[in-house]
Design a binder for this molecule. Sequence first.
Ligand code: SF4
Length: 237
Amino acid sequence: MLSISDNLKTRYSINLDHGSCRPTKRCKQCCYGKYVSAKEAEACGIRTNAGPVTWPAAQNAYQRNRLWLEQASESELRAAAKKIAKRLRRAGLDNIRVCGMGDATPGLVRLCHHLVGEGIHPWGFSKKPEMIARMPKSSSMIGSVDDSMPESRVLRLMTATKKLLGTPTLAYMTMLAGKAGAQEVKSLWFLRHLVVVFGYHASGFKTVVSHPLACAATNGEDLHCQDCKRCITPRSC
Ligand code: SF4
């Protein structure tokens, strides 16, 4: 059965393990779901990362989620969607984050179709164009891009998000802080398709990016996705 995660910033989330990912070079280095020791951080010029999402118990639960979703029948997925919808409604919510950790898989996409059938709006970020293209119409999945992603893959994410959301819709992760981060964002050839920018963040560390598209919550401000909604309904804000 599925484990649903909950956190203050996004609220409920369905997380999957690294087995669901198709990582870029940056992902392999800086994923916030990857444990980074002080020694590795120093050797690679990155930050230590040891937050709860990296803990074995969490990663095991995310792996169980992925495996369950891949083998579940349609009736099991429908029953899971009903149960999730009931829990969300009790909490006053009509949406759920998907891939808070991990990426979309065929099983997760099938669950999203059932969630939409229950009146729930799934939303999240993905680096897999073919999964974005299969998401249900009343959902949102933003293409997740970084500086190590080949242009051809960015283009495929643009095509997939255009199919889902009507126009190419991307999120960018920058390693640069402050004005340097803002300059980098301004120079991106796909700038007009960005709806949000995230600074590199690890447990206990945030890169503050001085660009209007930067996520205020990731910059450290006291803001929650359920109030902001920019990534929940990216083309209606
Ligand atoms: S921009 Fe808003 S909706 Fe998107 S991650 Fe940040 S707080 Fe959440």
